[in-house]
Write a protein that binds this ligand. Structure first.
Ligand code: FAE
Length: 551
């Protein structure tokens, strides 16, 4: 069956499963057998996890790394059990919407919080951004460590549900520098093209960009960057750019043009549940258990792994705990999730032989955010596209390399703001460790470690401000700060390729245990990371499926 058909059937199964609140496993198998689109009635209950007995292979987490692993294993004929702690986000709630509206958030916005925790804290110094919300299994998490907060997606599709869709292939020279063990020719000729194709990455039409009202903010910031002598570049996207053009013409319901992004996009976004995971589901070999969180991982005397899994409902009530025995485990719980799970396993004695390198080498991809106030004769537009399509590429700067994505501030009224998320080359790294008092895994990153990133973005924006005669906005990030240096969207590392694992993600000394997500990447990739995470997972999975026995 061709991938489009498999994907179509997989999407239908996901919808059906969401409608009944059930796992899509049996429905997936049926879809394949019948070769027809399913409706909600066709989704039948999967067996509860506790009754599965032994599974040959489990994938933990359904973000980029997990989705690649699931698809390639399933295509190789291996039945896959996927455990995802978040919800399936394919079915509208009572208000007819899958996700909540950005400006009137409800529980769907955040993962068990009493109040939203958006990166912007205020506007004109007023506390008007964050709202009280009911605790619920919402789509965006903010994991608050003492020195930094890490944003992450929660649900089937992981970060793809909440991210800005910027699909950037890293520079060849920088990738070779951070991961020298990769074969560059193979990465750029085979794995990046495969990742881009399967993710559905699209290129911006420059003619459309010049005329679209929703791109005014990007054109304003681009022109200013160019006047200051900087190079700008279009950024590919996994948002459906034809759909975006229809939104612009008011010919389709608006999503990217209706302020939607960090709490989920109702339309337009090619999130993983519409690409990799839909295709995996279409094979009929994927058993997807959402709202199932892996809390512990151990190894049996015969080499099998034993996972403790907690099942909750969307309100957070624990419905049960079960144990699952399996031959192989692919960890795709994200940089923080995978690293925390393994550090805990090592330091509590569950997997005592895990290497010291587990938990090391974490970085924030040099993330830092800032905004400038434009003159009144440079309005940025009342409708702004939430999917950034333009970046300032100053990565060749000899002392302070920056790739600054031009981000929107879609308030719905004119605000004259130009905002930027800087990806900088910050050499600082941090480690995860088990706090024996709380039993939680903590990250020892200190706020001061982001000083290099602040200086790099400041160098770029100072130049633009000088050229334009403009100033920073100090009313957006709390405390009168002009730089938001206390959070990251791009957690990377913690189980580095070639250090905590071999050169293909096999955890050292543990046959059948693999890392397949952003934890493999050493803290920095120079651009937004999901294309790299996907391509690296593709490369590793191809090798593993050629060489290892998964049974
Ligand atoms: P990730 O996508 O985080 O998936 C991990 C999954 O595992 C999640 O679904 C978790 O719920 C699940 N999980 C965790 N622990 C457990 C457990 N114990 N049991 C079961 N399930 C578990 O991992 N990147 C770009 O390249 N371009 C962008 O434009 C961009 N914008 C972003 C905007 C926002 C607001 C955020 C938060 C991130 C953004 N990123 C962007 C980063 C990107 O989404 C991120 O690098 C990838 O999602 C990481 O992929 P992983 O596979 O590592």
């Amino acid at each position: 069956m061709n991938p489009h058909r498999r994907r179509f059937i997989g999407q239908a199964v996901m919808q059906a499963a969401a409608a009944t609140g059930l796992s899509a496993f049996t429905a997936g198998a049926r879809a394949n057998a019948q070769g027809a689109r399913l409706d909600a009635r066709a989704a039948t209950p999967a067996r509860p996890l506790g009754s599965l007995g032994r599974a040959p292979c489990v994938v933990v987490g359904s973000g980029y790394g997990g989705a690649v692993a699931a698809l390639r294993l399933a295509q190789a004929g291996i039945p896959v059990v996927m455990l995802e702690m978040g919800r399936l986000w394919t079915q509208p709630a009572d208000d007819g919407r899958i996700f909540c509206k950005t400006l009137s958030p409800d529980g769907r916005a955040m993962w068990f919080k009493d109040r939203t925790e958006a990166p912007l804290q205020s506007f004109l110094g007023l506390d008007v951004i964050n709202r009280k919300i009911p605790r619920y299994a919402g789509v965006l998490d903010r994991i608050n460590f003492p020195g930094i907060s890490v944003y992450a997606g929660r649900g089937v599709g992981g970060g793809s549900l909440v991210n800005g869709g910027m699909a950037v292939t890293p520079r060849r020279d920088y990738l070779a520098r951070i991961l020298p063990q990769l074969d560059s020719d193979e990465m750029y000729q085979r794995w990046f093209p495969l990742a881009n194709r399967t993710l559905g990455v699209g290129q911006v039409d420059p003619v459309w960009f010049e005329s679209a009202a929703s791109q005014r903010y990007a054109r304003v910031a681009r022109d200013q960057a160019q006047r200051a002598g900087f190079r700008t570049t279009f950024v590919p996207s996994v948002y459906d750019l034809d759909y975006l053009a229809r939104e612009e013409r008011q010919a389709a319901p608006r999503s990217a043009l209706a302020q939607e992004v960090i709490y989920g996009n109702e339309h337009g976004k090619l999130s993983l549940d519409r690409t990799y995971l839909a295709e995996a589901m279409g094979t009929g070999r994927l058993a997807l258990y959402c709202l199932h969180e892996v809390t512990r991982i151990r190894q049996q005397a015969d080499g099998d792994y034993l996972l403790d899994v907690r099942q909750i409902d969307a309100q957070g009530t624990v419905l049960g705990t079960s144990q699952l025995r399996c031959g192989s485990v692919f960890l795709g719980a994200g940089s923080v999730g995978t690293s925390s799970m393994l550090v805990k396993a090592r330091d509590t004695g569950d997997l005592p032989r895990l290497p010291a390198a587990v938990g090391q080498g974490w970085g924030n991809n040099g993330n830092v955010m800032a905004a400038r106030a434009n003159h009144v004769w440079h309005p940025t537009g009342t409708v702004q596209c939430t999917m950034p399509l333009m970046g300032i590429d100053d990565w060749d700067h000899p002392t302070r390399p920056v790739f600054a994505e031009i981000t929107p501030l879609p308030t719905g009224f004119e605000n004259w703001v130009s905002m930027y998320l800087g990806v900088t080359r910050n050499p600082e790294r941090a480690s995860f460790r088990l706090d024996t008092v709380s039993g939680k895994v903590v990250l020892d990153w200190r706020r001061e470690q982001n000083a290099t990133s602040v200086q790099a973005l400041k160098g770029l924006l100072d130049t633009i401000n000088r050229r334009e005669g403009t100033l920073y906005r100090v009313d957006l990030f709390g405390g009168g700060r002009s730089f938001a240096d206390d959070f990251t969207y791009h957690p990377l590392g913690g189980c580095l390729l070639g250090q905590a694992t071999d050169d293909h993600g096999r955890v050292t000394g543990h046959r059948g245990l693999y890392v397949t997500d952003g934890a493999l990447i050493p803290g920095s990739v120079g651009v937004n990371p999901f294309v790299t995470i996907t391509a690296l997972a593709e490369r590793n999975m191809a090798h593993i499926l050629r060489s290892d026995v998964i049974a």
